[in-house]
Design a protein around this ligand. Sequence first.
Ligand code: NDP
Length: 309
Amino acid sequence: MLNILLAGDKPRRLFPEPLSHELARRGIAARLADDHLPAETDYIVLAPNSPLQDFTPYSRTKAVLSTWMGAEALVNNPTLTQPLARMVDPAMTRGMTEYVTAHVMRHHMGIDRYVHGLQGEWRQILPPLAPERPVTILGMGELGREAGQTLATLGFPVTGWSRSPREVPGLTRMFHGAEGLLPALEGAQILVILLPLTPATENLLGPEEFARLAPGAVIINPARGPIIDDDALLAALDSGQVDHATLDVFRVEPLPPDHPYWHHPRVTVTPHVAAETRPESAAAVLAKNIARVERGEPLLYQVDRNAGY
Ligand code: NDP
């Protein structure tokens, strides 16, 4: 019988039923609780914002399984020495693809002008078709690849950028590494950020990077707030180099009420809703990973502490 500690509000409230079901389906007997003693805990299912931050006493724990995709809140915790997996939930990936596609299409089609109203003026504006609208996606991981391939299927020429060289079928161009960033940004009309937050990606996008985009470009950031230099983005919006920014993530969340993004006429704020962990599908991922470890197989989606994601 395995003891699985549910740490954090959402794991405790939302995961007992679907996770019990998924473990039972795989023939794994487990006790799920939020108060297992450290010396008796086999696995920890954790939301990184849980009060549990000192993992030192969990010497018997075989793995810590996060319910979040982003690992930046965990990689620098020196007490967390157990094998660590992040969540890669197909339903969450689907949610991100829908968010990115919706916001790309909104800007591509110029839908806002009709939503805000034409004030009685019968003005017909023909938007370009997708093949005339270059899109760049920074980050070619679980989220960037699926979003990029979906946009490519719609006809957009999509450029991808990753840390290591990657082949992504359907994409028009791929760049990698620090030297590939500016070429990847060159002339993009829509920029989508799907990178993890690491020391190498913090403040990655500033004046030099915005200047490489096509004049009047649109930026969509559902990854992590600190990847963008906020002052540089506000300056690029004011100069018109960036026409619009759709931001789901921020340096400080909730975004403080007096932050200029709230009131900027060409910034859309969404409150970190791009892709949420879905307990049913996430429970299947957790149970599959626990089953693998129990069989002596390597953990899936293990965080690379050196790379920081
Ligand atoms: P992955 O780890 O699967 O992919 C990350 C991608 O970024 C990889 O292609 C990686 O390159 C690339 N990358 C990392 N560091 C660098 C660098 N220094 N230079 C160039 N490329 C780099 O992450 P996911 O796709 O699963 O998720 C991305 C992020 O999205 C998460 O870390 C999280 O912060 C955010 N997120 C936001 C959500 C929301 O609701 N707003 C929900 C879920 C996630 P390589 O391929 O070479 O490894």
